[in-house]
Every structure is written in C-alpha cells, then in structure tokens.
Design a protein around this ligand. Structure first.
Ligand SMILES: Nc1ncnc2c1ncn2[C@@H]1O[C@H](COP(=O)(O)OP(=O)(O)OP(=O)(O)O)[C@@H](O)[C@H]1O
Ligand SMILES: [Mg+2]
Length: 604
C-alpha cells in the first residue's frame, strides 16, 4: 500500500523484455486483426523474395543451358511480376497498420493523461514534469514505431530466415549446414549484446527525461533566470546534462556498431566458404550451376533479415524500456475513492443535511514522503467554522495553513481524524461530490491557456453568463477584463503570464466564487493587490462571504477584517480562537504576527 517511490533513477531491477512488451497487449488487442494481417502480408511478400532464386535456378538449368529464348523471356517476365507483387504487398502492409497503430498511440497517450489527472498531488510533488512529458511523447512514439515496424519485421524476418534455411537445406544440405554454423555464435552474441544494451538504453531515456525537465523549468522560470542573471549557469547545467546524454547515446552506438560488425562479417565469411565448396561440387558435376546460383541468391536474400536482427533486438530493448517507463506512471496508485460511487437516493447535496458548517475533528496529517520520526505537519487540529461564518486562519509561515485547507477538497488524504461538511464526513463522499460543494483559490493563482471566460467558468459546471459577470464584479476584475482586447474572450497566456499578479489573483478569486459554493476556501486571496484594489475586493467579497461558510487564510490585518472570527494555527494545532481584537489582547504570538511587534514570548 506504500506509495511507490519517485521516478526510478536507474534500471536496478532485472526485468524481462518479453514481459514488458507483453503488457502492451491490452492496448494492441483492439487492432490485432490489422496488425497480424499486416504481418501475414509481409510474410507472403518475403516468401515472394525466396521464390525468385528458384525461378533463377530454372532459368539457368533450363532455357540458358538449352539456348531457349522464349523460356528466357518467360522466366524474366515471371521475375518482374513477382518483384512487383512483392512491392505492392509491402505497400499494403503499411496501409493496413498506419491508422490502427496511430490510434493505439493516441489511446495510450490518453490513458496516461487521464491517469496523471487522477494521481494524487503527492505524486506530482515527487515526479519531475520533464520525466512525465518525455514518457507521454518520446516513449510512446517509440512504442508505435516498434509495433508498426519492429515487431512486424521481427516476426517476418524470423519467418524468412527459417523458411530460407529450409530452402537452402533442400537444395544442398552440406552447403546449407555450412551457412547455419555461424548462426549459433551469432545468437549467443546477440544475447550478450541485449543485456548490455538494455542498461544503456534505459539510462539514455531517463537522461532524456531529466533534460526535458531542465528545458521545461527554464522556460517556465525564464523571468527568474533572467532576473537573477542565471542564464549562464543554467546553460552550463543544461550543457552538462546534454553532454551526459550524448555520451550515453555514443555508448549505445558503440555497442550497436560492434554487434553490426559481427553480424555482417560472420555470415559473409561462411558464405565465402560455402561458395568455394559449391564451385568445387559444380566442377565435379555433383551440383548443377542453377542450384549454385539459386543457393547463393537465397543466401543473399537472407542477408537483410539476418543483418536486421541486431537492429531489431535493439529496438525491442528500447521499446521494452519505453513500456516500463510508461507503466511506471500507470502503476502509480490513485488513492482509492472511498465515497459512494453512485449519487443515488439522498445524495442531493447540502439541502438535506442540517447546516452545521465545516468541522475539523482531531485532524492529523503527515506528508507520505516525510522522513520517519519527524512530527506531523498537522497534529490534532480541532476547528469549527459555523454555518455562514467567515473564519480567518492565521499562522506563521510554514505552519501548515495551505496544507490544512488542501485537505478540504481532498487534495491530500488525512492521516487520521475527520473533516465534516454540514455533518457529513468528506471521506464518505466522492471527491467529485466534495469538490462540487467546496470552492478553492490557492496562493499561486494558476490560469490556463484559454479565454478569461473559460478560466473563470472552470470553477463551476452550471454557471452561465450572469454568474460570470457577478463573479468578475465581486473580484473587481470586470474593469480590467473589459479593457482587454477581446474582453472576456481574450486568451490569457500560458499560466496567465500576460496578466499582472494582482489580475491573475482576481481571476482565480472569480473562479472560486462563480458557482456560489456552499463552502469557500481561500488561500490569502488578496496578497497581491494594492491597498485600493484590496479595499474594493474586500467590499465586494463581504457580500459573497455573507452567503457562504468560508475559511480564509490571512497574513494581513486587512484580510482578517473580513472574518467574523480568527483561528491561530501554531505547532500543528489551533492554538487560539476568537475575534481579531480578542486575540490581539490575549495572544502574544498573534500580536506578533499581525503587528510585527516584538514580544517576550518566543515564536518558533
Ligand atoms: N508536498 C510536500 N511534501 C512535504 N512537505 C511539505 C509539502 N508541502 C508542504 N510541506 C511542508 O509542510 C509545512 C507546511 O506547509 P504549508 O504550505 O502548509 O505552510 P503555510 O502555513 O501555508 O505557509 P505560508 O504562510 O508560507 O504559505 C512546511 O514545513 C512545508 O515544508
Ligand atoms: Mg501557504
């Protein structure tokens, strides 16, 4: 049950290529007909290539020996025809698999994306973005190429080799035997190669993921990098990683060229030996010239299938690694949904439960990956936000405020204790039900590359034009939104970077209030606003807050003014609760936080 650790740095565990690739079957199953059909077509095409030597044999021993011109034309025509049929079959193979396999790739990508959306926040805290990006793009592309090309030719070329050797043995078993001899050491060498190549291939793919992470971070963090003049050191770090990847790729190439050398040189040597024996046999009349021609052309036709084995094995390896990397993410556990799956009778929402507000009962929370023995971030929080009340949550930086409110929409699961919405334990609700009743706005106002309208309406399923206008008014965003080039239809850039910090924050606030949520949870919603805007947003927020039960994290007295009561979070517990004035008089830590006044009480 323990959450699987972060992205594995190196392929420590021994794994089987075949087992990894077999895991792809569920995705390939729906398109098995065209895929195997294509392999069948390719085998027929390859067999055509093996018929050619037999026709040659007939031409040499028949028409050529007898000086029969008509037979020569006939044979030539037949060769041409078979050549064309072979070409058309190869075209057909490609046509058959292209669309179904593009579908498989798209399907796997959709599955990965869907899974990433469901995975808990703790997973995303742990996994670098670039690793996930490279798995969703490069690795899946590699798998499609493997299924379209690698797998087919592994089957086809193996079949061709087996049939080809059958044909060779049938023509002259002695010569055939000479050619089979090098196959044994060849297979042994390929085996050895495979084990060494796997390790390096995995390293290359992981390093690619790290590199993607660096690129992604430096693009997202371009302002910081420029602002601190870090582009040189950033470029240095990038170069170091990129050089590392280059070395790994070169290592791969060295291994690959070595196996190619063996695969090319060994059969060549034995073909030479077979030719010498064959010529001698023709000279003493125990073999016809036609048979020797057929024999050598068959052997030549087998060159590509044999040569390709090394390359295909490498591809198998890389694909198995890609499959492993894909399934590492897919295997990461989604926290089980404990709530009722179906909202059948009585799940009508807040209406049927007596309003009881938001209750935290002895809430304990520790991050799953925190070192053992360290104290939990939240250690027995008891708090009751009464129905309709606005409660401000105050606490030193790092005291666990953001963590506490993240528990309400179930971004994290409690270690122990309960959280109740109008008397209903959120653990008995599905995440979807919880999130329909609770709206949140976080410290970092995240906007998506979409229009202002889409960004705000994301906050609620049923909200319409009026709700949008009201939400923008409440968050005092209507003024600047109207001034945007296309009003609410203006696309705000990636992460809303084309807007100012305060503007982004106001849109995030609009998103939180657009659905008139029963419960509103805000993480310092006014921190980036100037005093004048802040006063206006506060005035408008007051109306919204009067209709809902709200928990608002506050760092400044002005935000605290919005609240009916204030709770002080300290040492993982609610240390004090009361009105702003009460706490100012009775609690030294609170006084220190709100006024910056030095006190005799030590604040940890
Ligand atoms: N994903 C995480 N994994 C492990 N520890 C975390 C994680 N997120 C936060 N923490 C730790 O939990 C503690 C509480 O963090 P939290 O963000 O809740 O503080 P906060 O009260 O919101 O602070 P601030 O006022 O600065 O926003 C901090 O010590 C922090 O280091
Ligand atoms: Mg915080």
């Amino acid at each position: 049950m323990s959450a699987s650790a972060g992205p594995p740095a190196s392929p420590a565990r021994k794994r089987s290529v075949v087992r990894s690739l077999l895991r792809l079957w569920p995705y390939v199953r729906p398109v098995r007909a065209p895929v195997f059909g294509a392999a069948g077509v390719a085998i027929v095409a390859a067999s055509m290539g093996l018929i050619m030597p037999l026709i040659l044999k007939w031409i040499v021993d028949g028409p050529v020996a007898d000086g029969d011109t008509t037979g020569l034309w006939l044979g030539g025509g037949l060769l041409l025809l078979i050549g064309y049929v072979e070409a058309v079959l190869f075209w057909l193979r490609r046509r058959l698999v292209a669309r179904p396999l593009a579908g498989v790739e798209a399907g796997m990508r959709a599955a990965l994306y869907g899974h990433l959306q469901r995975l808990p926040v703790t997973f995303h805290d742990r996994w670098p973005t670039g690793q996930l990006l490279s798995r969703g793009t490069g690795d899946l592309q590699l798998l499609r190429m493997f299924l379209a090309f690698g797998l087919t030719f592994l089957i086809v070329n193996t079949a061709t080799i087996v049939i080809g050797f059958g044909v060779l043995m049938a023509q002259d078993w002695l010569l055939g035997l000479v050619l089979i001899v090098p196959v044994v050491p060849l297979i042994a060498l390929c085996w050895l190669f495979e084990t060494r190549f796997t390790v390096v291939a995995r390293r290359a793919q992981d390093q690619m993921g790290d590199l993607t992470t660096v690129i992604e971070e430096s693009i997202l963090g371009i302002r910081i990098i420029k602002g601190f003049g870090r582009h040189r050191s950033q470029a240095r770090a990038f170069r170091a990683l990129s050089r590392q990847l280059m070395e790994t790729e070169l290592h791969k190439t060295r291994l690959l060229s070595l196996i190619w050398l063996v695969i090319l040189a060994l059969p060549e040597l034995f073909l030479g030996i077979a030719l010498v024996i064959g010529v001698n046999q023709v000279a003493d009349g125990s073999l016809t010239a036609g048979t020797l021609v057929a024999f050598t052309t068959t052997a030549m036709a087998l060159r590509w299938p044999i040569e390709s084995i090394g390359f295909l094995l490498a591809m198998c390896n890389e694909s198995a690694t890609a499959a492993d990397r894909f399934f590492e993410v897919m295997d990461a556990e989604v926290t089980p949904e404990t709530g009722r799956e179906t909202g059948a009778a009585g799940a009508g929402g807040a209406g049927d439960a007596a309003p009881d507000g938001l209750r935290f009962e002895n809430v304990v929370f520790r991050f799953p990956d925190s070192p053992p023995g360290s104290p939990p971030v939240l250690d027995g929080v008891d708090l009751h936000v009464r129905p309709g009340e606005t409660l401000a949550l105050v606490g030193g930086t790092g005291s666990g405020k953001t963590t506490l409110i993240g528990l309400v929409p179930r971004l994290h699961e409690l270690t122990s204790g309960r959280i109740l919405l109008d008397g209903t334990d959120i653990a008995t609700l599905t995440r979807q039900e919880v999130r329909a009743r609770v709206a949140v706005a976080f410290e970092e106002p995240t906007l998506f590359s979409a229009s202002v309208r889409e960004n705000v309406l994301m906050g609620s399923d049923g909200a319409g034009q009026d709700d949008l206008a009201r939400a923008l008014r409440v968050s005092q965003a209507d003024g600047f939104v109207r001034a945007l080039p296309q009003g609410v239809e203006t696309e705000v850039g990636e992460q809303g970077l084309s807007l100012s910090g305060g503007q982004r924050q106001r849109l995030a606030l609009a998103r939180a209030v657009v659905g008139r949520p029963g419960f509103l949870v805000l993480d310092d919603p006014l921190s980036a606003l100037d005093v004048h805007t802040e006063a206006r947003v506060e005035a408008a927020l007051r109306d919204v807050l009067s209709e809902t039960t709200a928990l608002v994290i506050a760092h400044r007295p002005s935000t605290v003014q919005l609240a009916d009561r204030v709770a002080l979070l300290s040492g993982g517990r609610v240390a004090a609760i009361g009105t702003h004035t009460e706490l100012l008089h009775t609690n030294a830590e609170y006084r220190h936080l709100m006024t910056g006044e030095q006190t005799e009480v030590s604040v940890s």
